[in-house]
Design a protein around this ligand. Structure first.
Ligand code: C2E
Ligand code: MG
Ligand code: MG
Ligand code: MG
Length: 282
């Protein structure tokens, strides 16, 4: 009987592996033509001013809608794109589409900015700054309406190249953000070196009671004063409940993002949402 159980477990394990392997092969087969077939899509999640809960910007998030695979999220899609050397092609589609949307939303009385996530492979491509400048000009978007979000550079990333490129983007008038701050290593040392305007921190670093009560409180104080000292705006992300929104506000984060405030949605839905805030901000 023990042997029987053991064999079942092995079979179950084999099935799992086979399923993962098949899925991966499907992704690798379908992804190369996805841009041409028009399967890529962006959804937009508003960023709010926590003092008056008015939208100040949106973040573009990539979705891949494939008839056979369903909606594929970035966490699954990006590693495949990386392996197939498609990161730049996808990134160019994302930036172009986000700038077009930004141009459409520029007609609105409220001045919203848009954040676009970029991978370090895109950022460190030699012609990236020129490409951003071309996209902005093509869609007649003012550079200060665009925010480019990068993840903390990990091992193997050429940090001096990242610094140069970020500085080049800021010279265009584009603003930059460090995403998922606190999730990696050597964060504080990097913070001094990286030319960024925004620091995006996860709710787990902003709110109390995520793990042990009160333990994260002193840390967020440090983050907020650090942000002020370096001239950075802090955005609390992943806010899932009104309590977390309140805690982020009390911690001194002026800006916030999360399901409790507004979920990522297609452009038309975001437009309808923005209609609820007709008056231009102060
Ligand atoms: P991110 O930039 O940190 O984006 C936030 C992620 O958290 C998004 O997941 C968003 O849908 C999700 N989120 C928003 N509010 C909440 C909340 O209250 N609770 C929780 N649990 N989650 C929330 P998504 O869209 O799956 O994107 C995941 C990551 O993929 C992004 O993290 C970003 O790093 C990357 N990504 C997304 N779009 C692009 C893109 O166009 N290009 C590149 N290079 N990366 C992208
Ligand atoms: Mg982001
Ligand atoms: Mg983030
Ligand atoms: Mg994140």
């Amino acid at each position: 009987r023990a042997r029987q159980l053991g064999r079942n477990r092995v079979e179950w394990y084999d099935d799992q592996l086979e399923e993962q392997f098949t899925r991966r092969l499907d992704l690798e087969r379908e992804l190369p033509g996805a841009v041409q077939r028009g399967e890529l899509d962006l959804v937009y999640q508003p960023v709010l001013d926590l003092d008056d809960e008015q939208p100040v910007g949106t973040e573009a998030l990539l979705r891949w809608r494939n008839p056979a695979l369903g909606t594929v999220l970035p966490a699954e899609l990006l590693p495949v794109a990386e392996d197939l050397m498609l990161v730049e092609e996808l990134g160019r589609w994302v930036l172009d589409t986000a700038c077009r949307q930004l141009a459409a939303w520029s007609q609105r009385p409220r001045r919203l900015w848009m954040s676009v996530n970029i991978s370090s492979r895109e950022l460190t491509a030699p012609d990236f700054v020129r490409w951003v400048s071309t996209s902005l000009a093509e869609h007649r978007v003012e550079p200060d309406r665009l925010v480019l979000e990068i993840a903390e550079p990990r091992g193997g990333v050429d940090v001096p190249a990242v610094v140069t490129q970020l500085a080049g983007l800021r010279a265009l008038g584009v603003r930059t953000a460090l995403d998922d701050f606190g999730s990696g290593q050597a964060s504080l040392a990097q913070l001094r070196r990286l030319p960024v305007d925004f620091l995006k921190v996860d709710r787990t670093l902003v709110t109390e009671g995520g793990n042990r009560q009160g333990e994260s409180k002193p840390f967020i104080d440090v983050l907020v004063s650090l942000g002020k000292r370096f001239g950075l705006e802090i955005i609390a992300e992943g806010l899932e409940s009104p309590v977390q929104v309140e805690q982020a506000r009390r911690a001194g984060c002026r800006l916030g993002q999360g399901y409790a405030l507004s979920r990522p949605a297609p452009a038309e839905r975001v437009e309808a949402y923005l209609e609820e805030f007709p008056s231009p901000s102060r």
